[in-house]
Design a protein. Structure first.
Length: 91
């Protein structure tokens, strides 16, 4: 089964009928995973993007990782370096 973040991304992008089928299957097989998905879906956009980068996602330039997550956090929030670094590390 996929991790919660991957499924949260799927649920935010997939069409509604398909989402429903997958959601019902997750409910049957792994109810705890459903809670994780819902928590992930309610994250602020900067958190979602930073988590994706920390979990191996890439920027449009193909970069990944903690430094890129901190950079992206700063871009999306306007925070200074220390604020962004602390926020990303808290994720």
């Amino acid at each position: 089964m996929h991790d919660a973040h991957e499924l949260a991304v799927f649920f935010s992008e997939a069409d509604t009928p398909y989402k429903t089928v997958v959601l019902l299957e997750v409910c049957k097989r792994e109810p705890d995973l459903l809670l994780s998905i819902l928590r992930d879906m309610t994250l602020e956009p900067w958190k979602q993007e930073c988590l994706a980068l920390l979990n191996g996602g890439t920027t449009p330039a193909g970069r990944t990782g903690k430094i890129e997550a901190i950079k992206r956090c700063r871009e999306l929030t306007g925070w200074n370096l220390k604020e962004a670094k602390d926020a990303v590390e808290a994720l």
